[in-house]
Design a protein around this ligand. Structure first.
Ligand code: IPD
Ligand code: CA
Ligand code: CA
Length: 259
């Protein structure tokens, strides 16, 4: 492995995340502009863009050899994961940011030659910070998260957008078998919740690397699994189907999608 100081990269990323969080909270009290992207429910605000610009400028100044793949435009210049790449969602859960004023996150996965080294997911309004450095466990506000323990599907709480059930009837079986279904509207936080044992799995029909990079790096540190619907590894370069789960139910879930 290289002699990169990952603790320094991790601590610096946390410092910037905290600063960006303060900015987002201040904008929440003032005003911001909202526009739509791919369709009328796909929202973006000037705050999303400003947070991405903030990270872009900080990275260029401090780590000039690192690259940024961010949702709000900077992804366009990143086509591979050579060297060090920060995969950033400046606000994951923009609909929640705009409508609910809660349950959205800044999400960062920092990759080295395609391997997730640092994970950060920050719940801005709860001031709850999920973090990890590869091989050093995962933490919530500095307190180590316990490794995931065995569970079964009928004792599990699963999370996915309810709309997916209309598009993919295979999810109906999971709805019947699980103890409960939840839908929070921030993929990054829902994956972090799987890592924390608050949820047992999070499933999505279509996610981008910035939605799942930070959470997946954190989840791995507690023994959780993140794959696509075929049980294959994610590339962190392309959109894909997605399952993040406690390892004891991951197979039970993805075999439903092989039918
Ligand atoms: C979205 C959220 C949402 C998920 C969508 C994502 P955004 O991210 O994570 O929970 O269902 O697929 O696009 O647009 O708020 O960054
Ligand atoms: Ca997102
Ligand atoms: Ca976003």
């Amino acid at each position: 492995m290289s002699d990169i100081n990952w603790k320094l990269v991790h601590d610096t990323a946390i410092e910037w995340t905290s600063e960006a969080g303060q900015y987002i909270r201040s904008k929440m009290k003032e005003s911001f502009s909202v526009s739509t992207k791919a369709h009328q429910d796909d929202l973006v605000t000037d705050v999303d863009k400003a947070v991405e610009d903030f990270f872009k400028n900080k990275i260029v100044e401090t780590f000039p050899n690192h690259r940024l793949m961010g949702e709000e435009g900077s992804y366009e210049s990143v086509k591979d994961l050579e060297g060090i790449v920060w995969i950033l969602d400046p606000i994951d859960g923009t609909v929640n940011f705009v409508h609910q004023e809660s349950f959205f996150a800044i999400s960062i996965g920092i990759f080295h030659e395609g391997i997730g080294m640092v994970g950060i997911v920050y719940d801005v309004m709860r001031d709850e910070l999920f973090t990890s450095i590869k091989g050093n466990g995962a933490y919530i506000n500095g307190n180590q998260i316990k490794p995931l323990t065995k569970t079964s599907l009928n004792e599990s709480i699963l999370s996915f957008n309810h709309g997916w059930v209309l598009k993919d009837r295979r999810l109906e079986e999971l709805v019947k078998e699980a103890r409960a279904i939840r839908c929070y509207g921030s993929a990054a936080l829902e994956i972090a919740y799987v890592a924390a044992g608050r949820l047992d799995a999070y499933i999505s029909f279509n996610l981008a690397p910035w939605d799942f990079a930070g959470g997946s790096v954190i989840l791995k540190e507690v023994g959780g699994l993140a794959t696509n619907y075929e049980g294959k590894e994610l590339t962190f370069l392309d959109k894909d189907t997605f399952i993040a789960a406690n390892p004891s139910i991951h197979h039970d879930i993805f075999e439903r999608f092989l039918k």
